[in-house]
Design a protein around this ligand. Sequence first.
Ligand SMILES: NC(=O)c1ccc[n+]([C@@H]2O[C@H](COP(=O)([O-])OP(=O)(O)OC[C@H]3O[C@@H](n4cnc5c(N)ncnc54)[C@H](OP(=O)(O)O)[C@@H]3O)[C@@H](O)[C@H]2O)c1
Length: 247
Amino acid sequence: MTTTAAQPTSTTALVTGANKGLGRETVRALAALAGLGWTVWLGARDESLGTAAAHELSADGADVRYVALDVTDDASVAAAVATISAAGGLDVLVNNAGIVESAKPIEDVDPADFLPVYGVNVLGPVRMTRAFLALLRQSAHPRIVNVSSGLGSFAATSDPDRIESQVTSLVDTSSKAALNMITTQYAKALTGVKVNVVDPGYTGTDLNGHRGTQTVEEGARAIIAAATLPLDGPTGTFTEGAGPAAW
Ligand SMILES: NC(=O)c1ccc[n+]([C@@H]2O[C@H](COP(=O)([O-])OP(=O)(O)OC[C@H]3O[C@@H](n4cnc5c(N)ncnc54)[C@H](OP(=O)(O)O)[C@@H]3O)[C@@H](O)[C@H]2O)c1
């Protein structure tokens, strides 16, 4: 995509669930754009894991800062808004934190099994968007990236050629399908804010016992692309590493 409009000279991003996995790699890759003026807040709910990751990723002059952040907790999110606001503002919010349900036969899944997963995967991005919106609106180029999954895609989960079609799950899949719709609704309503959703693809992390076939560098590609969209980039899109993803 070519850029015609002038780009801001500095950018501040926040990545949730960034002490490990795709979130950590997203922080690393965005902070490596430090020469282009990127400051990246590494959100993590565990202080010792978060500060250790931020310290490791601050090598070579990268500007990585830890912020305590549990996306299920209003007070934690409000404190993060205050910290990041006091430090100067926010341009890019990456809603990456996510969990999966414990494996059990679908007929045994109970309504209560939905609550923790929906609390992080669905209500987390809504809580974060609502809390950070005023700050994002002060940016010249505000972007929100929601990290979804091919498991939230009706197209991928019903395509026999896609690995997602081999998965049978009620909770994780439906939480990501809800996140996809939440993204397109925000994209329509939040004029001036680019809100996009991405599928990293099957990536080896703790989430799947490192069975994922991609590296985190490969998995984070779609996240980085949406986080670094130019001023004239799109909103309301669903992409994967290779380009547009099917809903
Ligand atoms: N890996 C894949 O194949 C794959 C595929 C498609 C989509 N995704 C999505 O990619 C995102 C990142 O997944 P990952 O594979 O990198 O998993 P991961 O390595 O398990 O990392 C998940 C991150 O989310 C954090 N988290 C969980 N609950 C949280 C909460 N309440 N508040 C703040 N942070 C919280 C975890 O923190 P703790 O360490 O404190 O638990 C961890 O940092 C998720 O949204 C996932 O659904 C992954």
